[in-house]
Ligand binder design. Structure first.
Ligand code: 4AD
Ligand code: MG
Length: 433
């Protein structure tokens, strides 16, 4: 019996008969020959069906095939120098499993973005979307590998939480049985801080939620974050770790997903330059640069998207901006001993206008300072008793960060909107499908 072979392996079967299982995404035919554009989840290949070998009846069925019909083909792999993968399939037998009763809604013509998002369950099959999510897969694989290669332990952090991790204001609130109000996690950080006191070097990777009312090309309501937390790491150690992670992701994606990036028309030469070390500047320097360029920003203001884009556009690598004013940042960040008005934090800004991909800091490790910051931030102390315990029992300096997966995907793929960087985007106006 014949073996079932995926597109990506066909080149190893030239001259042999095989089984192919997939879909016809497009078709061209004349009186004697039909060209079936096939896909199977690993790539794209052309099938050639000839009336002379298949006979009148089968050929007339083939001529009726609609886009996105599912098919099982028995065929012979033939060398084809014009094909991007070097082969095509000569169809010897075909079984049409499901022939759509209507035309497939997504065609080669231009569709509006609302229509495409409404049909995301089908849009996923389109070539460009296929390549984007294939790159996403390699990015996530590289993230996990990086941590395992560096002796980190995976700690899965909870999604329901009573302890707001970033700031009140953009939480999703839920009634949790008799307990009362809890939130969908904005971050797993506080739990990683607990776990790093047990395992030293820890990381997570999971969905996080922010009820952001901003409708931008960089924001999702549900997005995936990878966070790392390391006991005894300083701010400096933390920045080095971030650089190494990003360099590793880029290296592995270029090694394993280059064909997808090429299919997306990504300028690969730009990615090839992304190697540690990355340029760094302080927030205070950043404000000076912006003021010289004529931006009306004052020391103390947070950096907006246009500021980030301007700053990052001066470099070919990601830019690390460190030591922001404490009032522009979250409650848990360690003050700089040299200037307590700023905190030992950093944001990593991707090149080419993709904005902040990483938010990071050293954490406050003294209980009294943390208590004061909780009060100033109007967060309820009761919900942070456990978090304060970490500062009571063998507290140590520790640092960590969060990497936004979709922003990283958007940057590496060169997308102009974050909604294409996740299989099913949740945005301000869309939770369907
Ligand atoms: O800068 P953020 O808010 O940092 C934290 O949540 C920290 N607790 C992480 C940590 O130190 N463990 O978010 C981290 C990253 C951002 O740099 C950005 O890349 C991404 O998460 N991000 C979003 N991505 C898509 N949509 C949104 N609404 C996002 N908000 C943040
Ligand atoms: Mg941030």
């Amino acid at each position: 019996s014949l073996s079932w072979i995926y597109t990506k392996d066909l080149k190893n079967f030239i001259g042999q008969k095989i089984i192919y299982k997939g879909w016809v995404w497009n078709k061209r035919s004349s009186g004697k020959i039909a060209f079936l554009q096939l896909r199977d989840g690993t790539g794209f290949v052309q099938g050639i069906a000839e009336k002379s070998t298949l006979g009148e009846d089968v050929f007339s069925d083939i001529k009726k095939i609609r886009n996105e019909s599912s098919v099982i083909i028995e065929g012979e792999v033939q060398k084809d120098d014009r094909s991007p993968i070097g082969v095509e399939i000569i169809v010897k037998k075909i079984d049409i499993l499901n022939q759509p009763e209507e035309d497939y809604p997504i065609s080669n013509k231009e569709h509006g973005i609302d229509f495409l998002m409404e049909n995301r369950h089908l849009w996923l099959r389109s070539r460009r979307q296929f390549h984007i999510l294939a790159v996403r897969n390699e990015i996530i694989k590289a993230v996990r590998e990086f941590y395992y290669n560096n002796n980190f332990t995976l700690i899965d952090t909870p999604i329901f939480t009573g302890s707001i991790g970033e700031s009140a204001g953009n939480t999703f609130d839920i009634e949790y049985f008799d307990y009362g109000k809890v939130y969908l996690a904005q971050t797993g950080q506080l739990y990683l801080e607990a776990a790093c006191m047990a395992h030293g070097k820890v990381f997570n990777l999971g969905p996080t939620f922010r009820a952001e009312k901003s409708k931008t090309r960089r924001h999702l309501i549900e997005f995936w974050m990878n966070e790392a937390e390391v006991a005894y790491y300083t701010h400096e150690d933390n920045m080095n770790l971030q650089e190494n992670l990003i360099s590793y992701i880029i290296e592995k994606v270029l090694e394993r997903a280059k064909e997808h990036l090429i299919a997306l028309d990504r300028d690969i030469s730009k990615l090839e330059k992304i190697k540690a070390p990355f340029p760094r500047m302080t927030y205070t320097q950043a404000v000076e640069v912006l003021q010289k360029k004529g931006y009306s920003i004052e020391w103390g203001d947070d950096l907006g998207a246009e500021h980030e884009t301007e700053l990052a556009s001066q470099y070919e690598k990601p830019l690390i901006v460190e030591k922001y004013p404490k009032n522009a940042k979250a409650f848990y960040m360690q003050p700089d001993p040299e200037n307590p008005e700023v905190v030992l934090c950093d944001d990593m800004l991707a090149p080419e206008g993709y904005g902040e991909i990483i938010g990071a800091s050293e954490r406050i490790w003294e209980k009294e300072i943390l208590l004061k910051r909780l009060e100033e931030s109007k967060l309820p102390k009761e919900e942070y008793e456990w978090y304060l315990d970490l500062r009571k029992f063998g507290s140590v300096p520790h640092s960590g960060f969060g990497l936004g997966i979709e922003r990283t995907v958007a940057w590496i793929c060169g997308l102009n909107h974050i909604r294409e960087a996740i299989p099913f985007a949740r945005t301000l106006y869309r939770v369907y499908p």
